[in-house]
Design a protein around this ligand. Structure first.
Ligand SMILES: *Cc1c(COP(=O)(O)O)cnc(C)c1O
Length: 362
């Protein structure tokens, strides 16, 4: 029999979440961000479910290859931009837009234009750094960078202007207000569509929606807003991670559970062993007290999470049986809550699911 550990991907939830994002940003086009294998949900599966999106955002050209091979013909945007001149042929062959965020990329485009006057134009998203200090041209360089791109025959005329927020998950963030102002100061005089909003800005910063929103987490039903789950914003979780109990053991008071004997039984008690561990992507650093469901009833992790197994407190679950379903997260146990207990965010948990987990769709 195959291992019971499964990630069930809820296709209806993905579709519902896209509709919800459209409702929240009714005047914007929606780029569905599907990087990191669709936040761990499966790139092709997610893209097919979200085929109603206006574009897909990826972090790697290999993901764009996979989307085209799967027959998806939407616009695709390479969010971190190309790395080297040989990428141009791939962008053209696949018909993929690229972000341009750095002087070195401008120079590569200029050299490409100089070497081939008939090269097919590439569509560009010009990125400005308005305060995140990761990727993008300084606002003071906006007009110059834009003019250099416009002068190139190998760059398409409709240049989209973009930036990325550092703190939009705080709906009252002074930094986000400052980034909004930096962006308009830099770009108000330039032609082209504007794109600023990630999921948190879709949820909390309507003034930032503009022409294109770039939603990732929200489409998977995930929230990065402190203390809130996706459901608080009308989103539905797109993943259930589950397994089964493969043993129940009676352990005496004072005995210690698992590696390094970190958890001591305060009384004689039943301890459940579930077939999932960090080898499946469940966070090893999830401490005792992290919630899990056994046959739908809430209890907690005890002891250290190991590679293939974890141990569960079965006190108060009188009816637990070997073979019972164990839910690590899903519609009945928000992944945000598990992430908070494990000192992480929901995105990292879904992204970390490994290849040995069986994926099914529902
Ligand atoms: C990942 C990413 C997004 C999506 O962010 P979410 O918080 O998942 O919505 C948007 N824009 C860029 C540039 C990104 O890298």
């Amino acid at each position: 029999m195959s291992r019971a550990t499964t990630a069930t991907i809820h296709i209806d939830a993905l579709r519902h979440n896209l509709a919800q994002v459209r409702q929240l940003a009714p005047n914007s086009r929606v780029m569905a961000v599907v990087k990191a294998d669709g936040y761990g949900h499966g790139l092709e599966r997610v893209a097919r479910a979200l085929e109603g999106a206006d574009a897909f955002g990826v972090a790697a050209l290999s993901d764009a290859e996979r989307l085209r091979a799967a027959g998806l013909s939407q616009r695709i945007v390479l969010l971190s931009g190309f790395d080297e001149p040989s990428d141009f042929a791939v962008l053209r062959r696949l018909g993929v837009d690229t972000v341009v965020h750095h002087e070195s990329q401008l120079a590569m485009l200029e050299a490409d234009a100089a070497s081939d006057a008939t090269a097919e134009p590439i569509r560009v998203w010009l990125k400005f750094d308005t305060g995140m200090h990761r990727l993008g041209f300084a606002p003071a360089q906006a007009a110059d960078a834009h003019a250099r791109l416009q002068a190139l025959a190998n760059v398409a005329d409709d240049i989209t202007l973009m930036t990325h927020f550092a703190s939009s998950d705080d709906f009252d963030s002074a930094q986000t207000r400052a980034q909004l102002k930096e962006f308009s100061d830099a770009t108000d005089a330039l032609p082209g569509d504007a794109s600023l909003s990630n999921s948190a800005a879709v949820l909390g910063w309507p003034q930032a929606h503009r022409d294109w929103v770039r939603a990732g987490g929200a489409l998977y039903g995930l929230s990065v807003v402190a203390g809130k789950t996706g459901a608080d914003f009308g989103l539905k979780p797109a993943m259930t991670l589950s397994t089964r109990l493969i043993a129940i053991n009676r352990v005496a008071k004072g005995e210690r559970i698992g590696y390094s004997a970190t958890w001591e039984c305060p009384e004689d008690m039943d301890v459940g062993v579930a077939a999932i561990g960090y080898g499946d992507g469940y966070p090893r650093h999830a401490p005792p007290g992290t919630p899990v469901l056994v046959d739908g009833q809430r209890t907690t992790v005890i002891g250290r999470v190991s590679m293939d197994l974890m141990t569960i407190d079965l006190r108060g679950l009188g009816n637990a049986r070997v073979g019972d379903a164990v839910t690590l997260w899903g519609p009945d146990l928000p992944v945000e809550e598990v992430a908070a207990a494990a000192g992480s965010i929901s995105y990292e948990l879904t992204c970390s699911i490994t290849r040995r987990v069986r994926f099914i769709e529902s």
